[in-house]
Design a protein around this ligand. Structure first.
Ligand code: NAI
Length: 329
C-alpha cells in the first residue's frame, strides 16, 4: 500500500524559482521516490499571475508524475495552506525602482505577516516552513512571530544555497570533490554579510583549511565570492539564481524530513541562544537532522575573526528585526 500523500504548499509558484522547483517536488526528488505529494500553489490574485500559474499546472499535468496526486491553484493563503505538512514560501516582493531597503522590508513584512497568520490558522501543527523569498531570514522571523500557536522551530530560512555555493568553491580550490567535503558552516544572514566558515571543514577526514593553506584566499577571495555570488549570477544571466535556489530548497527540505545522516548542513533557524546569538533571531547555523528534527551543532570554538564576522551579520539581522518591530505589535 502506498504512503498517505504529503501536502506541500508553494508560494510564488508561477515565478522563476517555482518553475525550477515544482517539477522536482512532483518527481519525488524532495521527499523520496515512494512518497505521493499534493501541491497547493499560491500566487497573487493578479489575473496575469493566476493565468501563468494555470500554465504551470498544465505542464505538471503533462508530466503525468506517478507521485503527484493532486494540484490546486490558490490566491488566498488561507486555502493554500490548509492542512499543509510543508510550506515553501518563495513568493516575495522584489525591490522596485527607487525602493529603499526599509521599504522592501516593510512590503515583505506585510506579506509574511499575512502568511504567518494563515499558517497559524490552517496548517498542520507540525508544518515545516522554509522561507526562500528575500530578505529570507527576516521574512521567516516575521512569519514565525505571526504564528504564535505553532512551534517557533517550525520556521526556517534558506541558507543552503550559500552552503552549496561555498562547497563548490572549496572543491575547486582544493582539487577535491564536493561529495567528500563535510563540516562546512555558513553563519548568519542570507546576504553579503554571511560568514562561510571553513575552520572545521574536512575532505575525506583531513582538514580542508590545512589542505588549502591560504588564509589570504579565504579572507579576500572565498568569503566575498560566496557572499556576492547572487549578484554575480544576476550580472551574468540578467536574472537572479533560480535553478540553484530551487535545488537548495529541495536539499534543505529533503535533509530536514529524511535526515542528514550525521552530516552538518546549514539552515537558517530561530536561535536558541547558541553561540551568543539572541534567542529567536533566524540565523544560519550548522545543524544535523534526524527524525524530522534539526539540532544546532554545539561546542564549536569561536575565534576572534569568527566572532567579528558572526557579530557583523547578526547586527544586520537585529537591525532588520527592529525595522519591522512596529508591524509585529
Ligand atoms: P520571481 O519574481 O520570478 O517570482 C516570484 C513570484 O512570487 C511571482 O510570480 C509573484 O507573483 C509571486 N508573489 C509575490 N508576492 C506573492 C505573495 N504575497 N503570495 C504569493 N505569491 C507571491 O522571483 P524568483 O526568482 O522566483 O525569486 C523568488 C524570491 O526568492 C525572491 O525574493 C528572491 O530574492 C528569493 N531568492 C532567495 C534565495 C535564497 O537563497 N534565499 C536565492 C534566490 C532567490
Amino acid at each position: 500500500m502506498s504512503k498517505p500523500a504529503v501536502r506541500v504548499a508553494v508560494t510564488g509558484a508561477a515565478g522563476q524559482i517555482g518553475y525550477a522547483l515544482l517539477f522536482r517536488i512532483a518527481s519525488g526528488e524532495m521527499l523520496g521516490k515512494d512518497q505521493p505529494v499534493i501541491l497547493q500553489l499560491l500566487e497573487i490574485p493578479d489575473e496575469k499571475a493566476q493565468k501563468a500559474l494555470q500554465g504551470v499546472i498544465m505542464e505538471l499535468d503533462d508530466c503525468a508524475f506517478p507521485l503527484l496526486q493532486e494540484v490546486t491553484a490558490h490566491s488566498d493563503p488561507m486555502t493554500a495552506f490548509k492542512d499543509v505538512d510543508i510550506a515553501l514560501l518563495v513568493g516575495a516582493r522584489p525591490r522596485g525602482p527607487g525602493m529603499e531597503r526599509k521599504d522592501l522590508l516593510q512590503a515583505n513584512a506585510q506579506i509574511f505577516t499575512v502568511q504567518g497568520k494563515a499558517l497559524n490558522a490552517v496548517a498542520k501543527r507540525d508544518v515545516k516552513v522554509l522561507v526562500v523569498g528575500n530578505p529570507a531570514n527576516t521574512n521567516a522571523y516575521i512569519a514565525m512571530k505571526s504564528a504564535p500557536d505553532l512551534p517557533a522551530k517550525n520556521f526556517t530560512a534558506m541558507l543552503r544555497l550559500d552552503h552549496n555555493r561555498a562547497l563548490t568553491q572549496l572543491a575547486q580550490k582544493s582539487g577535491t570533490q564536493v561529495k567528500d567535503i563535510e563540516n562546512l558552516i555558513v553563519w548568519g544572514n542570507h546576504s553579503p554579510t554571511m560568514y562561510p566558515d571553513i575552520r572545521f571543514a574536512t575532505v575525506n577526514g583531513e582538514s580542508l583549511e590545512k589542505k588549502i593553506n591560504d588564509d589570504v584566499w579565504n579572507k579576500e577571495n572565498f568569503i566575498p565570492t560566496v557572499g556576492k555570488r547572487g549578484a554575480a549570477i544576476i550580472e551574468a544571466r540578467g536574472l537572479s539564481s533560480a535553478a540553484s535556489a530551487a535545488n537548495a530548497a529541495i536539499d534543505h527540505i529533503r535533509d530536514w524530513v529524511l535526515g542528514s545522516n550525521g552530516k552538518w548542513v546549514t539552515m537558517g533557524v530561530p536561535s536558541d541562544g547558541s553561540y551568543g546569538i539572541p534567542e529567536g533571531i533566524v540565523y544560519g547555523f550548522p545543524v544535523t537532522t534526524e527524525n524530522g528534527e534539526y539540532k544546532i551543532v554545539q561546542g564549536l570554538e569561536i575565534n576572534e575573526f569568527s566572532r567579528e564576522r558572526m557579530d557583523k551579520t547578526l547586527a544586520e539581522l537585529t537591525e532588520e528585526r527592529d525595522g519591522v518591530a512596529d508591524l509585529l505589535k
